[in-house]
Design a protein around this ligand. Structure first.
Ligand SMILES: *Cc1c(COP(=O)(O)O)cnc(C)c1O
Length: 753
């Protein structure tokens, strides 16, 4: 038996007397309540009752649940981990029952990162599923398991980004379970997905299924994420290779194969587990291949085994229209690189001739008949298309005018419990005005009085100082480690400050700290504010205002312009430092991930976002900052058009005029570096003055609190989930329904819906 297939039946070995003595009868009982079993395995974290009731809802014949498909899910356990918190709270470190003890040790000591996300899309998926769990909406997520992750980033001062495979071990990661085959419980459950290889030969991809549980804080509901693992001995090696890295784009074939691994796996997963949801939500178009399966299924029902011969084109179109009623589609970006288009000869070869025929009817690109356009297909075949902010709705309607009528907006959010720092959470717990904020982020809307509450203002600043210290100390330790490693590795430390002499003081937490972290891609313009170093350093030196600029982010390994941006940021460090007489310190932190994101959004004094409008469809890191009361300084793009309240919550800069198709270009000459950086230089001194001038500092804190009262209640995934629930037309328990209505009353992303 494999070690990751836990069994109840093993005899319990002798345990040290110490552990027994330590464990109170109550804790012992409560931990037994955290173990549950069903046909597919034994799980830890929820009670049998909870497991049974969630599973029952997901497999009920009424289909009142959602299957949520995403190419990536970001839900690292080091940023949100209710089960471990509960164990810490119960002070349990060992347990006499062997099965429980194995889980326990895994939870307390196991690795807490699941590197199966690249950025905003994946984090949003994770945050969304967590809010569904909190709000008790029956949902199952489906994604892929990538054994080599996205990639690990190292950064060298001259080479720039160096990408490594991130090896990780699903087997040892707490909260992840390899599902058993109910017919033969020592074997993993395996699903088969029909494929054609690139020589027209039939082939089958075989996936094992992993279950990750997104469990809510009270441990009384969860959302299962089913992760397909195609690294199985039964899968052809080309499939196994294609399944290793998230967004492997080494060739069109690999890219196309990955899309099919997701889309074509959906229905086999649902059938294997008995999931019955009527509605399938596509988080981006990557999984749109599910449509092929649904259409053939429907034709098979009508015509039996001979359906390929009997079905006419008209039948196919009719079936497609029916299938479309089951689909909800969220489009996430106006940027072309985010839209899937594949050469017919590439994608067509992966599927059988009948599916190719379906694609020819439904997926041909209107401008190029030798391409399939999957974004357009997803746009065509659904009952609602959602963009991710109000401005993005306008943009999407301009990009897809033929579907303008059905495009609505649901502005993104973030999972407030995941992104609130420990210090801020403790603060929110302390004040009765914010009572119940963990379950109900709408309470922030009624907390206006906190503006005038001096105790709150003082405590807020204390908590913020704690967060800034954590960030600055992390950076300082990193700079020293890099310096010490300098001779030991072939990577040259990325940061200029690691080369400065030993005695020199690194960053200070009392210094104004500007944070910037996100994927490095052209339109996000990471280097925008360094366009004119003379101007930037002049405002710093004239007033003797020190500034820390803290940057992080990965560029996709095949995105050369994105990697240039990282090199550009590194390249200005020395000049910035010298021209500012050492007042401006720019640091790049390699290896951006959720943990770093949380530390940065909470510890910064302002959060910078400098994309080219309107290419940032939503952006979410700024919302994470808002959850911590940290003001944004941002281009009027994505969510900030809605989150900026006449200067109350932060600052805006740059072009904010109307948008039309001419603004959608990422051509270097169209990126408005000059205009938008100039605009930044006009607001930056005002920010620094409010921060540093003791007579104005109160105004700075006002902005922080305005983020809590105006933005926290809105830009969270509970509110977002409530808006999606309305699109799903889902019948829910009355108490859940009321809760959803409450969130919807607070905000409506799209008044025309
Ligand atoms: C939140 C987050 C993102 C997305 O940030 P944007 O502002 O939407 O670009 C990307 N990566 C990580 C690790 C994050 O936590």
């Amino acid at each position: 038996m494999k070690s990751h297939l836990p069994s109840h039946n093993k005899t319990t070995p002798q345990k040290p007397a110490k552990a027994k003595a330590q464990l109170s009868a109550d804790s012992k009982h409560r931990i037994l309540e955290m173990l549950a079993t069903n046909r597919f395995g034994t799980f830890f974290g929820v009670s049998q009752k909870v497991l049974d009731s969630v599973w029952q809802a997901l497999t009920s014949p009424n289909g009142e649940s959602i299957t949520y498909i995403s190419m990536e899910i970001g839900a690292d356990l080091d940023v949100f981990h209710p089960v471990r918190n509960r164990l810490r709270h119960l002070e349990i470190t060992e347990h006499p029952d062997e099965t429980i003890n194995r889980f326990l040790q895994m939870y307390l000591q196991g690795p807490l990162k699941i590197p199966n996300y690249s950025g905003g899309l994946g984090i949003l998926a994770g945050d969304t599923l967590k809010s569904f769990a909190d709000c008790k909406i029956p949902v199952a997520g489906i994604s892929l398991l990538y054994r080599k992750g996205y990639f690990s980033q190292m950064v060298d001062s001259k080479i720039g980004q160096v990408a490594w495979a991130s090896e990780w071990e699903p087997e040892n990661t707490p909260g992840l379970y390899l599902l058993h085959d109910p017919e033969s419980p020592t074997q993993p459950l395996t699903i088969e997905v029909p494929f054609h290889d690139f020589h027209g030969v039939r082939s089958v991809a075989c996936a094992h299924l992993w279950l990750k549980m997104e469990i809510n804080e009270s441990l009384d509901f969860f959302v299962p994420e089913i992760l397909l693992d195609y690294q199985t001995p039964q899968s052809p090696s080309w499939i196994q290779d294609a399944a290793q890295h998230l967004y492997d784009s080494s060739s069109e074939k690999v890219k196309a194969t990955q899309r099919r691994l997701l889309g074509a796996g959906v229905i086999p997963v649902m059938e294997a587990l008995g999931l019955t949801s009527r509605t399938i939500h596509l988080n981006e178009q990557h999984g749109v291949g599910v449509i092929l399966y649904l259409i053939t299924q429907s034709l098979q029902k009508k015509y039996g085994a001979q359906y390929e011969k009997k079905a006419t084109d008209n039948d196919i179109l009719t079936a497609a229209a029916e299938v479309a009623k089951r689909l909800v589609f969220t489009i996430h970006t106006p940027v072309k690189a985010g839209h899937d288009r594949f050469d017919i000869s590439v994608y067509g070869e992966l599927v059988n001739p009948f599916c190719r025929h379906i694609l020819n009817l439904l997926a041909l690109d209107e401008h190029n008949n030798s391409m399939y356009n999957f974004t357009a297909m997803a746009m065509r075949l659904n009952r609602t298309t959602n963009s991710v902010s109000r401005l993005h709705k306008e943009v999407t309607q301009k990009q897809f005018p033929e579907y303008a009528d059905k495009i609505t907006a649901i502005t993104n959010g973030v999972h407030h419990l995941t992104w609130t720092s420990d210090a801020k959470a403790e603060l929110y717990d302390t004040f009765p005005e914010l009572h119940n904020w963990r379950r109900d982020p709408s309470v922030f809307a009624g907390a206006e009085a906190l503006h005038r509450n001096n105790k709150f203002r003082t405590y807020f600043e204390q908590a913020w100082r704690t967060d800034t210290k954590i960030l600055v100390e992390y950076v300082n330790r990193m700079l020293i480690t890099h310096r010490n490693q300098r001779l030991a590795t072939w990577i040259d430390p990325p940061n200029y400050l690691s080369y400065r002499s030993e005695g020199e003081v690194p960053l200070e937490h009392t210094t104004f700290t500007l944070g910037f972290a996100r994927r490095f891609s052209t339109y996000k313009r990471a280097d925008l504010i360094f366009e004119d170093l003379d101007r930037l350093t002049a405002m710093i030196t004239e007033n003797n205002w020190p500034v820390n600029f803290i940057y992080a982010g990965k560029a996709h390994p095949s995105d050369e312009p994105g990697q240039d941006l990282i090199r550009n940021v590194l390249a200005v460090q020395e000049e910035l430092y010298l021209k500012s007489n050492g007042l401006a310190k720019l640091v790049f932190i390699p290896g951006y991930d959720m943990h770093l994101a949380k530390m940065m959004v909470a510890g910064s004094h302002a959060w910078l976002n400098s994309p080219k409008r309107p290419l940032e469809a939503s952006g979410t890191s700024g919302m994470k900052a808002a959850m911590n009361g940290v003001p944004n300084v941002s281009i009027m793009d994505g969510w900030w058009v809605e989150g900026y309240h006449e200067g109350q919550t932060g600052w805006k800069f740059g072009y904010e005029g109307s948008v039309s198709s001419e603004h959608f270009s990422e051509q270097p000459s169209s990126l408005l570096y000059n205009e938008d950086s100039n605009s930044f230089y006009t607001v930056f001194p005002e920010m620094l003055r409010l921060f540093y001038d003791p007579s104005m500092h109160d105004q700075y804190i006002d902005k922080c609190i305005a983020n809590l009262t105006l933005n926290c209640p809105i830009f969270n995934t509970h509110r977002m989930a409530a808006e999606y629930v309305a699109r799903y037309e889902l019948t829910l328990a009355p108490a859940v329904q009321r809760e959803m209505e409450k969130f919807r009353k607070l905000y409506c992303s799209d008044p025309s819906f």
